[in-house]
Write a protein that binds this ligand. Structure first.
Ligand SMILES: [Zn+2]
Ligand SMILES: [Zn+2]
Length: 258
C-alpha cells in the first residue's frame, strides 16, 4: 500500500472495514470459547498467514477462514424488536411512539395521523352506535374490546364524560358484526322504516285523541252553549203554560203569559 493521501470516502470505508474486522474477531473469539478441543486442533492446522486487505490493516488468514465458515448471528436486542413492532401501517416507516398507538394500539405514526385526519377520525360512542348499528356489547364484550379515550362533553360538562373511539376501528368492528356494508345499510333502512311506522302510529293515535276531544267539546258546546232556535209557540190548556221547542236540540222552554 503506497502512502497516498486518502479521500474522506476512502477513510470512511477503512473505518467501516476496521469496525467489521473487530466485530468478526469478537464473534470468532466468543465462538471459539464454545469449541471442543478437537475443533481447536483442527483450526490450528491452518497456518496463519497475514493477508493484506488493502485497507491499511491486515487480517489473519484464520480470520478469513472463520469468516467464510461461520454464520455471524446478529443478536436481536430489545431495541430492535421494539422498533420492529412500530412500523407505521400507513407509510411503512418506523416510529418510536405515536398518539394513535398510545391510545388505540393503532400502528400509525403521528405524521400520517396529521396528513389523513379524516381517516383517523374519532367518533363518539353514540354516533358510532347509530352510524354502524352497534350495541354496547359489540364495543366491550367482543374481543378485543375497542379502546377509547374519555373527554368532557363539550356541549355541557355536566352531561358527563364522552367516550371517543377511533372510527376506523369501529367500522372494522361493524364489519365483523354485520359481515358487509350492505347488511349495515339494510338493517339501518329497516330500523328507519320501523321508527317511521312507530312515529306514524303515534301521530295517528294523537290525532285520534285530538279529534275526540274536539268532537266532545263541540258536542258539549252544542248542547249547552248554543243559541236555541225555537219553533212555533204551543199552549197547554191544563197547565196554562206556553212552550217552545228548539228545532236543533229539542230543548223545551215553558213560560206563562201575564
Ligand atoms: Zn405513517
Ligand atoms: Zn236548542
Amino acid at each position: 500500500v503506497g502512502c497516498k493521501l486518502l479521500s474522506a470516502a476512502q477513510k470512511a470505508q477503512i473505518e467501516r472495514n476496521r469496525q467489521k474486522a473487530l466485530l468478526l474477531r469478537q464473534s470468532r473469539l466468543s465462538a471459539k470459547s464454545f469449541q471442543t478441543k478437537e475443533e481447536k486442533k483442527h483450526l490450528m492446522k491452518v497456518p496463519a498467514k497475514e493477508i493484506d486487505t488493502g485497507a491499511g490493516f491486515f487480517l489473519d488468514e484464520e480470520d478469513e477462514l472463520d469468516l467464510k465458515n461461520q454464520h455471524v448471528e446478529y443478536v436481536k436486542g430489545p431495541a430492535m424488536t421494539y422498533s420492529k413492532d412500530l412500523l407505521c401501517e400507513d407509510c411503512g416507516q418506523m416510529f418510536v411512539e405515536s398518539y394513535l398507538h398510545e391510545h388505540f394500539k393503532k400502528r400509525v405514526c403521528n405524521k400520517c395521523r396529521e396528513n389523513h385526519e379524516d381517516k383517523y377520525n374519532l367518533i363518539t360512542k353514540t354516533d358510532a352506535k347509530n352510524k354502524y348499528l352497534l350495541k354496547d356489547a359489540d364495543f366491550d364484550k367482543r374481543e378485543p374490546a375497542l379502546k377509547f379515550i374519555v373527554r368532557k362533553n363539550p356541549h355541557n360538562p355536566r352531561w358527563g364524560d364522552m367516550k371517543l373511539y377511533l372510527e376506523s376501528q369501529v367500522s372494522e368492528r361493524a364489519l365483523e358484526v354485520w359481515e358487509s356494508e350492505e347488511n349495515i345499510e339494510q338493517a339501518k333502512d329497516q330500523k328507519c322504516e320501523k321508527q317511521n311506522k312507530m312515529k306514524k302510529k303515534k301521530f295517528e293515535k294523537k290525532m285520534k285523541e285530538l279529534r275526540m276531544t274536539v268532537r266532545g267539546s263541540l258536542w258539549r258546546k252544542q248542547t249547552t252553549m248554543h243559541e236555541h232556535t225555537y219553533g212555533e209557540e204551543t199552549y197547554d190548556e191544563e197547565e196554562e203554560t206556553y212552550s217552545k221547542t228548539c228545532t236543533t236540540c229539542s230543548h223545551v222552554m215553558s213560560y206563562e203569559k201575564m
